[in-house]
Design a protein around this ligand. Structure first.
Ligand SMILES: [Cu+2]
Length: 493
């Protein structure tokens, strides 16, 4: 990694820290968060003062935090019931600083839920924030009333029981706020976590489990001098931070045994795309995407990851010697400075001994009905806002009515210079074609719920509108685009 390059539009917190130090009052111009989002005054400790000598932004200083797993309050034969409070909290992101966040149970990332296919999960979400929130289970087959539609919100002080049937195949899902108009801020300030759905077919594969199955939440951030997150709105490109967090720690290190690990990556950034690459382009084996396991594993050396997408890889650390360090980089064209090193794996001593191999077949693809309808969606910047087919979000309008159980061919035509990660709530799709080149093998072998439509690219998908009727949304997952108001409504009939 060579010198620091500050992103043009997001303020430059890292430089702020390095050039001015903590005592400087020379603040760069930023757009303040709304009152309800304004962070509380952070505590500066002596540890913080000491840490300025060695730059708190240096990568690989902290061990990877593991995401806490939530324990059900009640478990019956068929159902697990959880309770969570959406509230303000403090996170120690920079050593010695307390960063104000919004968090599920007050932590960032929020607690992880581990669900099993065929067992219902109920999550009682209590809103202790001073404004509306809701919860969208991204990638889940969820009845419309429980999907976290942007207009179905939990008022301040209220609560709602989200019912998740878990009748889909194993997949790495995630949950986040979806109250309309402020997701760019609420997700940025922390309302994000993972929901891992498991099933028996997956268990039979013998993939790495427990401490060897590692969820990783990636997000770029920027900081004010008091250690609080800095947010600068940019509706055109979306937010760009200058510092990469994995599970809430700056480019951490992770001690690994000489064996295989399952790593589950989520791009929880507002608008930044990543490209995952190990040092010296060493191999990763992709086993799953947004919608769960691929039909077979795919070796890859460079994996693009657009906002809201997930990829799961198996990395075999037994090939490396004790003491070796293996770095995972972001090599996306917009990477640079603090957004290049993602994390480092530090190989521990001990013998490499393991029988497990990634099976050559993972999951058979479902037969799908032939598509009945073709639709085209033009993605462009209108006179004042990002739009789809010239339309902005209107909750009182239904923009499309697919039939329950049908498949449709949807073509996203990007007439702009920005990436638009297009996401369908409630339903999955297969990527059929893209004009930037052949569809990646891994994207052809599995389900997706979000696809990055590159600048001036056209991407065609086959969407399957099952299993639930009702009103859902589809939108760009660059959060500043979605908030302003690149989102349409579909009703499955
Ligand atoms: Cu967009």
């Amino acid at each position: 990694m060579t010198g620091f390059r500050a992103p043009a539009d997001a303020g430059s917190s890292r430089r702020d820290f390095m050039v001015n130090g903590f005592s400087s009052i020379a603040l760069l111009c930023t757009i303040a968060a709304p009152d309800v989002l304004r962070p509380r005054k952070a505590t500066v400790t002596s540890a913080a003062i000491r840490s300025q000598a060695k730059s708190p932004f240096a990568p690989f200083q902290r061990d990877l935090p593991r995401i806490p797993e939530l324990v059900p309050n009640i478990s019956t034969r068929t159902r697990d019931t959880y309770a969570m409070t959406v509230r303000e909290g403090l996170a120690e992101v920079l050593p010695g600083f307390q960063t104000p966040i919004y968090g599920y149970d007050g932590v960032y990332p929020g607690p992880l839920i581990r669900a099993k296919k065929g067992r219902e999960v109920v999550v009682r979400q209590t809103n202790a924030l001073p404004f509306d929130t809701n919860v969208h289970l991204h990638g889940g087959y969820v009845p419309a009333a429980h999907d976290g539609h942007p207009m179905d919100v939990i008022a301040a002080g209220g609560s709602f029981d989200y019912h998740y049937p878990n009748e889909q195949d194993a997949a790495t899902l995630w949950y986040h706020d979806h109250a309309h108009g402020r997701t760019s801020k609420t997700l940025y300030y922390g309302l994000v976590s993972m929901y891992l759905l498991e099933d028996e077919l997956e268990t039979e594969l013998g993939l790495p489990q427990g401490e060897f199955d590692v969820p990783l939440v990636l997000a770029d951030h920027a900081f004010n001098k008091d250690g609080s997150f800095r947010y600068a709105e940019n509706v055109d490109i979306g937010f760009r931070g200058d510092t990469l967090l994995v599970n809430g720690a700056i480019s951490p290190r992770m001690a690994v045994q000489r064996r295989r690990y399952r790593l589950r990556f989520l791009n929880a950034s507002n608008a930044r795309s990543y490209a995952l690459r190990l040092g010296n382009a060493r191999a990763m084996v992709q086993i799953a995407g947004d919608g769960g396991l691929l039909s077979r594993p795919v070796p890859r050396t460079n994996i693009p990851l657009h906002p809201a997408e997930r990829v799961e890889v198996v990395i075999d650390f037994s090939q490396y010697g004790p003491g070796e360090e293996l770095t995972l980089y972001n090599v996306d064209t917009e990477a640079g400075g603090g957004t290049t090193p993602i994390m480092r794996f530090d190989i521990q001593g001990g013998k490499a001994s393991e029988d497990f191999r990634v099976p050559t077949r993972l999951r058979d693809p479902e037969p799908l009905p032939a598509p009945t309808v073709r639709r085209r969606w033009d993605l462009a910047l209108g006179s004042a806002a990002w739009q789809i087919n010239g339309l902005s979000w209107d909750p009182n309008r239904i923009d499309v009515r697919p039939r329950l159980g049908s498949t449709e061919v949807w073509t996203f035509v990007n007439n702009s210079g920005r990436v638009h990660p297009m996401h369908l709530h409630g339903f999955l799709f297969r990527v059929l074609e893209r004009t930037s080149g052949p569809v990646e093998l891994a994207d052809r072998l599995g389900w997706k719920d979000t696809v990055g439509v590159l600048p001036n690219e056209t991407v065609t998908v086959l969407a399957w509108f099952a299993p639930y009727k009702g009103k859902y949304v589809f939108h760009c997952h660059a959060l500043e685009h979605a908030d302003k108001a690149m989102m349409l409504q579909m009703e499955i009939v």
